[in-house]
Design a protein. Sequence first.
Length: 285
Amino acid sequence: MHDQRRRRIAGDIATHLFLAVMAVIWLVPIVWVFFESFNKNTAPYTDSFFPKEYTLGNYTALFTDRSVMNFPRMFMNTLIVACFVCVISVFFVLSVAYCMSRLRFRFRRTFMNVALILGMFPGIMAVTAIYFILKAMKLTEGSAPVLIALILVYAAGSGAGFYVMKGYMDTIPMSLDEAALIDGCTRWQVFTKIIIPISKPMIVYQAITGFLTPWLDFVMAKVICRTQSNYTVALGLWLMLDKEYIQTWYARFAAGAVLVSIPIAILFIVMQRFYQESMSGSVKG
């Protein structure tokens, strides 16, 4: 009995040491980027790991120095696209998942199988076709058309990712739908008053996914956005590391990376509260 207790304590110590080491490895790059964003030396090569002199000039330059790139505009472009895609993708995924989970119609299983097979192929395979389709629709030139094109591309692809939401809806008893229909509810009322409130945890997940996809994407934005006026923050950060600008924009790149992470952190904090409330409500029910 005493030997088992010793082995358990030794195992706990080893596990906690391993987790501590992994946490340090995970946190060091984040801490380094944060401190580098205040580095007075803007060059990429220094003789110390952390900066020796600190300044707020990198953050100020991002919003005032527009001789090379307009970072505030790139930030707003990405925020607009991400917010629209977040709302549209949640509605798309909820609608498709509800139809696949609750309704029975011809070619339902065929559609699900086709969506599953198409999801196995990487989205980058369709980049060229998507670009020429958008070009034919005249959505590759001008600030507003390009933003509309990005919203269409990101939002249109979200509906195919309904499998996770459908799996969650399959766990909701059909007796709730039947009882509501007997009481006189329409399908739309069943969807809005029963399914959506119960599906809040998955709605939170989809909202976060829908926001992060355009916020962090580089490949699709690089193909569609042809001028700096249409750039997203991912393209702006990439441009800062170009050999022509890296000597003066390297520290600003770190500052931009910190600013990009702020909306993501806010979204997770806000959505976590709704997720916890919905889970506690479902347990009480």
